[in-house]
Design a protein around this ligand. Structure first.
Ligand code: COA
Length: 374
């Protein structure tokens, strides 16, 4: 069995930022217009008035201060409240392949690799814009990679599960150089008109190079000591849209559950202890305790969740260096969060340092990698 390494990472960040102030102003204008339009029905008790959102609530409940999005104008237009992403012809590169390839180029450059040396491309994310041909194959073609490619979706853990798949392929000799791409366009599956969750998500694309024999030109080198993937079925985070929608009776194609829905409180209560146990068990497999770990690159959905998990593991609050936070700037980017945290917060660690990357979310699904700096 070969050793496996993360030899490069890349993050493509969209050009547009939406601050909480801008988001709340647009949402509250939508609420004002809705309530005005439905004034008589609300007075008669036939329609429930919508409540406004607040910046204070968002920051206290989630730790999110802003998010990057592919299109700002569409999201903030109170008469629309979802992004403009124009349809492209089959002759043009798809938006997911385009942003994925941009992140992929960065990761290959960091790894000191040419695209032609890649022999496996995995596109791993929470939502795909089409069933086929696979976005991964389009990225393979765009970058000029060889070998094979496929798409996989394990919601918020697609990224860590994708790295696990890549590491297994490299470890077994099935592939030599794997590229795991996470093009997350979360603005497309978020109901921006729902006060309970309108602040949660942002867009991004990530890329990770996994290989057995580093080029020697890589900027950073992390050995994957081990990977651990776990799932446990839950209805608490769901998106019911799919290819059978048109077959359903009763015209539910625009129903609320055809976008992201969650029972946020239940998710919080159930997933945090699961993730803490998962991490400590995974570390124990490698003879490690949480206090042996210099850095926790945790999933980035909610600041309090990460604080809860760190406290469970360390018996105290983690410092910002130990458990870096990127959700304040990026919001929840589904499966990309722990990879962005790793990308932006690993260069300072010395050779021999140990870290753990861990994602958790819908499914439920939890994925982790114990990493050691070579
Ligand atoms: N502005 C102001 N008030 C709001 C609001 C908003 N945007 N959204 C909800 N509220 C109100 C609620 O109406 C409720 O009021 P009440 O107490 O009078 O009933 C109160 O704030 C608390 O709402 P609640 O939904 O219980 O908030 P919360 O503290 O659980 O925080 C989440 C909500 C979503 C931030 C939190 O549950 C969470 O992050 N859960 C985990 C989510 C997650 O990681 N999911 C994974 C996705 S991949």
């Amino acid at each position: 069995m070969n050793k496996t390494y993360i030899t490069g990472t890349g993050v493509w960040t969209p050009p547009h930022v939406i601050t909480n102030e801008e988001l709340v102003a647009s949402f509250n204008e939508y609420v004002r217009r809705y309530n005005e339009r439905n004034h008589a029905a609300i007075e008669a008790g036939d329609v429930v008035a919508l409540l406004p959102s607040s910046v204070e609530f968002i920051e206290k409940a989630s730790g999110i201060k802003q998010r990057y999005v592919i299109d700002k104008a569409g999201v903030l237009d109170p008469d629309r409240m979802y992004p403009h992403i124009p349809e492209r012809s089959n002759d043009q590169i798809s938006i997911m392949a385009e942003i994925g390839a941009l992140a992929g180029k960065q990761a290959l450059e960091a790894a000191g690799r040419d695209a032609a040396e890649v022999d496996l491309v995995i596109a791993a994310c929470a939502n795909f814009q089409r069933p086929y041909p696979a976005i991964a194959i389009e990225i393979q073609d765009t970058l000029g990679c060889g070998g094979y490619g496929y798409d996989m979706n394990v919601a918020c853990s697609a990224g860590t599960f994708g790295i696990e798949q890549a590491a297994n392929a490299v470890r077994s000799g099935q592939a030599r150089c794997a590229l795991v791409i996470g093009p997350e366009i979360c603005s497309g599956h978020l109901e921006w008109r729902d006060r309970d969750c309108h602040f949660i998500f942002g867009d991004v694309a990530t890329a990770v190079v996994v290989e057995a024999e580093p080029s020697g030109r890589q900027k950073h080198l992390w050995e994957i000591l081990g990977s651990r993937a776990a799932t446990s079925f839950s209805n608490n985070i769901r998106n019911n849209s799919g290819f059978l929608d048109r077959c359903e009776e009763g015209g539910r194609r625009d129903a609320r559950d055809k976008l992201f829905v969650q029972e946020g409180r239940k998710v919080f209560k159930e997933v945090c202890p699961m993730a803490a146990t998962h991490i400590s068990d995974h570390l124990a497999q490698h003879g490690l305790k949480p206090t042996d770990v210099q850095r926790f690159w945790l999933h980035q959905a909610n600041l309090s969740m990460n604080q809860f998990i760190s406290r469970r593991l360390l018996g105290r609050d983690a410092t910002p260096e130990e458990a870096p936070v990127i959700l304040d700037k990026y919001a929840n980017t589904a499966s990309a969060g722990s990879i962005i945290a790793f990308h932006q917060n690993q260069a300072d660690l010395p050779s021999g340092a140990t870290g753990i990357m861990c994602s958790f979310g819908a499914g439920y699904s939890i994925g982790s990698h114990v990493l050691r700096r070579a």
